[in-house]
Ligand binder design. Structure first.
Ligand code: GDP
Ligand code: K
Length: 273
């Protein structure tokens, strides 16, 4: 049977553990990530003609790590071999979760969103235009209620679908200044690494950010001074460093998408006074 290797990610407290439990039931195996005491959960189950191999990564808010958990998630997503990313999203907190999703999209791997806590979102009167979300991001999105084991079959179906169709998320627009920088970095990298075939936006941003720990592990060659020159353009024009600028752009993308797909009930006047 063909194996589909699925990296399961999400912000902390989105219901990722609950969802993994609902999907894998008794098949869940618990170990540790190499060299650290962080729990690693994995499960293999057969679905149609496939073996779905789920690997649960530690919860993370971003791929620029501030904790050992986030470093494990970053290393896996950038360095390991896998087929599909499954991101567990807290639907009641769509905007913040989409900030993480924007970073995942930069990895250019097939992506499925589990819109979890969907019961809670409904209770709050939130309406999510799921087809529009799928169309804007070019991902599959499936409503789930992990604690009630709802949406699990649809989720498995979506994972197989993005795998079979090799559905890669949309390349979002980062604005003229960053697009120019991206082009320059690609040009530079191709000169220094003649065998390089394709390079994801995620890696380009890592190089611009100067995430040395990850860059060393990736083994790419480039001239650090030249890259610093390229990224200093942002500071010159916008008076903020590249990392802060990129954070703003990514949040802007997440906010823009949220505004389009999420309808929240109007807050009544009485509750404000
Ligand atoms: P994790 O930190 O992402 O692994 O989240 P957990 O699986 O530990 O869940 C966090 C909390 O949310 C727990 O109290 C769960 O029982 C609850 N929870 C998880 N999924 C859902 C859901 O779909 N709906 C609701 N209402 N609660 C959920
Ligand atoms: K937890």
């Amino acid at each position: 049977m063909k194996e589909i290797k699925i990296a399961v990610v999400g912000n902390p407290n989105t219901g990722k553990s609950s969802l993994i439990n609902a999907i894998a039931k008794a098949k869940l195996q618990v170990g540790n990530w190499p060299g650290v005491t962080v729990e690693k959960k994995e499960a293999k189950l057969s679905y149609k003609e496939y073996t779905l191999h789920f690997i649960d990564l530690p919860g993370a808010y971003s791929l620029t790590p501030y904790s050992i958990d986030e470093a494990i998630a970053r290393d896996f997503l950038f360095l390991e071999d896998y087929d599909v990313i499954l991101c567990v999203v807290d639907t009641t907190n769509l905007e913040r979760n989409l900030y993480f999703v924007v970073q995942l999209m930069e990895l250019e791997k097939p992506l499925v969103l589990a819109l979890n806590m969907f019961d809670e979102a409904k209770r709050l009167g939130y309406k999510v235009d799921i087809p529009l979300l799928e169309q804007i991001l070019e991902v599959r999105a499936v409503p789930t209620v992990a604690v009630k084991e709802q949406g699990i079959e649809e989720l498995k179906e979506a994972l197989v679908e993005v795998f079979e169709k090799k559905l890669v998320p949309k390349r979002l627009p980062y604005g003229e200044d960053l697009e120019n920088l991206i082009e320059k970095v690609v040009f530079h990298l191709k000169a220094f690494n003649p065998d390089l075939e394709r390079i994801s936006l995620g890696v380009i941003f890592k190089i611009l950010e100067g995430d040395d720990e990850l860059i060393n592990k990736l083994g790419l060659k480039f001239d650090k001074k030249e890259i610093e020159n390229i990224s200093s353009h942002i500071k010159t024009v916008h008076e903020v460093g590249l990392n802060d600028y990129l954070l703003d752009i990514r949040y802007g993308l997440a906010t823009g998408v949220t505004k389009k797909v999420l309808q929240r009930p109007e807050i009544r006047r009485e509750t404000l006074t």
